[in-house]
Design a protein around this ligand. Structure first.
Ligand code: MSP
Length: 522
């Protein structure tokens, strides 16, 4: 067994329906995972659901359901979402699963035994919505609380705290010494700026059961449940541990029962998360792992947030994009293409319906779709669908696109990968304009030139299918099917020039992306 490339997404809260932001993160993670598999790396891709905490308890109560029944209902919907997005996740974690709870409790027991926690009384303000304690610093100058905190209650309560003081210096040193630990760089600088200028306060890791019962019971003090973030972050580690990954089970020692090793994945190579949860992943999570004695993840990769028409996505104002509705209308590959191509990993993005349609028409229908259609159509029309003698006019440019696309996928910069791939799409379409095969076909003395053009076109389409597979697996397979190629487009080795053999018979042309702005044919 060898260590797999391990990529995770944030686990989504179950209190609501999936939206564009959730879909984007999951698709980008899937593209990275698929690209790694395509080049032959073993991968473990994990996503899932964050099911504990006050928000879920309140949402369930409002519906008169038990929190577990409420989560089970929504988990089905989210499981369906994962399938609709064509994700290739290897596992799906739910924080209510016993396999997860056991690891959270093992970590708590170990850290408690080693003196990382203390119990203390707190008097102050609490935001139910954000499940966090507030201080006077969080108050507006006029004494009110920002609406983002929701209802703010004053309370006095005992809780368990995790000592942070001893961790600040090594964490700063670690981030300084490992530039790839937090990416992009401006997010890394943000964390460094914060850690250099402020003293980390101890982290409250419990909630009294009397106030919040929907959580993982604290193994060493029955009156408390675990703070939802301490519980949720552990998902990345609990799944490998439950599958016997020695790098995860080892540090837990006697606190966790031994089991057969069925996976080697820890440490994670990439935690892909949104910018709002950076501090949890770049500060608390490494501290938790260091205290446990486990290796740290290699990269926390931080993406931006989507808006729609320049405004925040919001159920209340109705400013939403329903990914499933888009997929039903345009197909899952078009959705995956658009979100990957439109927004690189880092900045914020803006969804507009016009922007979506314009990329669909220009880049998919007129770009890739038209290229394949012309290539297969002309080969059928002029050569009965039989591949002519090999020619390598576009081979060097194809090889360049292959290399650039591959490097970008592995970076990982999936947006750049698509840009590099489309350079080849555009080059091949230009080649058609320049060589005018429809004119060559009219002149029998130009038969050799026509053969050459036709070979270069279909061979380029075959290679393009391999390059787009991580983003548009369905389309990629359709191209291979039309070309009647038996190999798998999911194998990067298939991107080498010369795969199509002379005399090979291709199939009939079928449009990949029907144009949506034209009235349907009568
Ligand atoms: N449950 C926590 C994560 C725990 S990870 C150990 C959570 N859940 S969430 O459902 O609110 O968000 C899940 C992911 O979706 C986060 O990475 C978040 O940044 C991302 N997004 C939520 N809204 C988004 C946009 N509008 N745009 C892009 N991503 C967004 O936080």
């Amino acid at each position: 067994m060898s260590k797999r490339f391990y990529i995770t997404t944030a686990i989504d809260y179950v209190n609501g329906a999936p939206h564009l932001g959730h879909a984007y993160e999951k698709v980008v993670a899937d593209v990275i995972a698929r690209a790694r598999r395509s080049v032959g790396e073993p991968v473990f891709f994990l996503t899932g659901l964050d099911e504990h905490g006050q928000k879920v308890q309140l949402a369930a109560q409002a519906l008169g359901q038990s929190p577990q029944a409420y989560c089970d209902g929504l988990a089905d919907q989210w499981g369906d979402f994962v399938r609709r997005l064509s994700l290739t996740n290897d596992d799906f974690v739910r924080t209510t699963q016993p396999r997860h709870r056991e690891v959270v409790q093992a970590i708590l027991s170990k850290l408690h035994a080693e003196g990382h926690f203390y119990k203390a009384s707190y008097q102050g303000y609490y935001s139910v919505k954000e499940e966090t304690f507030l201080t006077e610093k969080d108050r507006n100058p006029d004494g009110t609380w920002d609406p983002k905190w929701g209802q703010v209650n004053e309370l006095v309560e005992e809780n368990w705290y995790f000592r942070m003081g001893v961790h600040q210096d090594w964490l700063v040193a670690h981030i300084e010494a490992n530039p790839s630990f937090i990416q992009p760089d401006y997010r890394r600088n943000e964390v460094l700026g914060f850690l250099r200028s402020q003293k980390l306060e101890d982290l409250c890791i419990t909630r009294p059961e009397a106030r919040l019962s929907w959580g993982i019971p604290l193994p060493f003090d029955p009156g408390f449940v675990t703070y939802v973030w301490f519980d949720a972050l552990v998902n990345y580690f609990s799944v490998p541990a439950s599958l016997g990954d020695p790098a995860a089970t080892g540090p837990l020692g006697a606190h966790y029962p031994a089991r057969d090793a069925r996976l080697e994945a820890w440490p994670a190579d990439i935690h892909l998360v949104g910018k709002d949860i950076l501090k949890f992943h770049a500060v608390y999570w490494p501290i938790m792992l260091k205290a446990v004695g486990a290796p740290l993840p290699k990269t926390v990769l931080v993406h931006g947030w989507w808006q729609k028409n320049g405004e925040k996505l919001s159920k209340t104002t109705g400013n939403v994009v329903d990914p499933i509705a888009v997929i039903e209308e345009w197909g899952v590959d078009a959705f995956r293409y658009y979100v990957t191509r439109e927004l690189g990993i880092g900045p914020d993005g803006n969804w507009t319906d016009d922007g979506f349609k314009s990329r669909y028409n220009a880049e998919l229908a007129n770009g890739l779709g038209n290229l394949l259609n012309r290539a297969v159509n002309m080969l059928n029309k002029y050569r009965d669908g039989v591949v002519p003698k090999a020619s390598s006019f576009l081979a060097a440019e194809a090889a360049q696109a292959v290399a650039k696309t591959r490097a970008a996928y592995l970076e990982p910069a999936p947006q750049d990968a698509l840009v590099a791939t489309w350079e080849l799409v555009n080059r091949a379409n230009l080649y058609v304009e320049q060589t005018k095969p429809f004119s060559l076909a009219k002149d029998p003395t130009k038969a050799v030139e026509l053969d050459e053009v036709l070979y270069n076109l279909v061979e380029t389409c075959r290679i393009l299918a391999v390059l787009i597979w991580p983003v548009m697996p369905g389309t990629s397979e359709k191209i291979f099917a039309q070309l009647k190629v038996c190999a798998e487009p999911s194998d990067w080795n298939q991107s080498a020039w010369g795969g199509l053999q002379e005399s090979h018979q291709v199939g009939a042309p079928v449009p990949l992306f029907p144009r949506k702005d034209l009235p349907p044919k009568k």
